[in-house]
Design a protein around this ligand. Structure first.
Ligand code: SF4
Length: 340
């Protein structure tokens, strides 16, 4: 099934330029973009994956990870096939790098209205577009998110962050939570991970989501030994978050596990994650978290003023939440986020 794409411009001679992600693929007649999910059919861009669901499950929001928006709530999580990156350490490579022509047949179509209905039946707090890169099926999100909001549901994308300004602006009126990766701070990192020379727009997209559209933003850096674990990278990311987005934006530094092509890389040592945490705090970030380290005390939320433990977590479970009307019960400090 093919569905008209919205974010593209027609070029002279029948070509098109996709505007969904910062690759801005120029696509000739009959060809597909880098993600293999968007095709030029007769001078018009179409999505090959609109509504084609490859993975659907109910998950805690902590799994995104998102820690400052309705802790403990369950979200209907949905993904399709394909990606605009080719991260060698991809944890979802079976979906992201599927053979599109073969695997698309095994997906099932779920209309926007049906997805919202499913979320309601499962008593989800919201819908999360995740598993593969949401930007590449943005039309599906744009059709579903307004229905979700009408039904009293929240919306979230879990993205690698490579959205164009046009994509952020299209999503802006409809999206509540913007959970973006920040994979590096140097050109070589994004070239290694994604063959992406214009990575600066990833930072601009997150800033726009936060400042232009007021979305709730949380950021994740999956730390891969030898790739993005150097002090310059970590300090650069943390400084950018603190100075451009604000010290209250949660930053999750997560442990990498060998996967996909990066089978030979070691898992991230705990001491590296702790160094990243210290760097984040030294740069002024109030809410740094360790990820993929089950049971570690730095998965918890602490009051930045009096250090009281406010939310205790283990893996994806919230074991205790002591916040009172969004404030520390001991010293009254407001904790940024959405708590009810
Ligand atoms: S979504 Fe990105 S990778 Fe896919 S066709 Fe559009 S610009 Fe290219």
């Amino acid at each position: 099934m093919s569905y008209p794409a919205r974010l593209f411009e027609a070029l002279p001679g029948g070509g098109v330029r996709c505007q969904a992600c910062i690759r801005r693929c120029r696509i000739a007649l009959g060809k597909r973009g880098w993600c293999r999910t968007r095709e030029n059919q007769d001078g018009r861009l179409v999505s090959l994956i609109y509504g084609q669901v490859a993975s659907l499950s109910l998950n805690p929001i902590e799994k995104k990870p998102v820690f400052h928006f309705l802790p403990g709530s369950r979200w209907l999580s949905v993904g399709s096939l394909g990606c605009n990156f080719r991260c060698p350490g991809c944890q979802n490579w079976e979906l992201a790098h599927a053979d599109m022509d073969r695997e698309l047949k095994s997906t099932r179509y779920v209309s926007p209205a049906a997805l919202v209905q499913l979320a309601r039946e499962r008593q989800a707090a919201g819908i999360s577009w995740t598993f593969n890169e949401p930007a590449i099926w943005i039309e599906y999100i744009l059709d579903t998110a307004p229905l979700a909001r009408q039904a009293g549901l929240f919306t979230n994308i879990v993205t690698n962050g490579a959205l164009t300004k046009e994509a952020v602006d299209a999503l802006g009126p409809h999206l509540d939570v913007y959970r973006s990766d920040i994979k590096g701070f140097l050109a070589r990192t994004y070239m290694t991970l994604a063959h992406l020379p214009h990575y600066e727009e990833i930072f601009a997209a997150a800033e726009r989501a936060r400042h232009r559209w007021g979305m709730h933003v949380e950021l994740v850096t999956n730390i891969i030994p030898g790739l993005n674990d150097d002090d310059a990278t970590l300090e650069g990311i943390a400084h950018w978050i603190a100075s451009r987005l604000g010290p209250d934006i949660p930053w999750h530094v997560t442990r990498f596990y060998p996967a996909f092509i990066f089978q030979d890389r070691p898992a991230t040592p705990l001491k590296t994650l702790l160094r990243a945490y210290d760097i984040g705090r030294a740069q002024g970030l109030r809410y740094c978290y360790l990820g993929n380290v089950p049971g570690h005390e730095l998965e918890n939320t602490y009051c930045p003023r009096c250090q009281t433990r406010l939310i205790r977590r283990e893996i994806f479970d919230v074991l205790e939440n002591r916040l009172q009307a969004g404030c520390c019960p001991e010293c009254g400090t407001p904790i940024p986020g959405r708590w009810i």
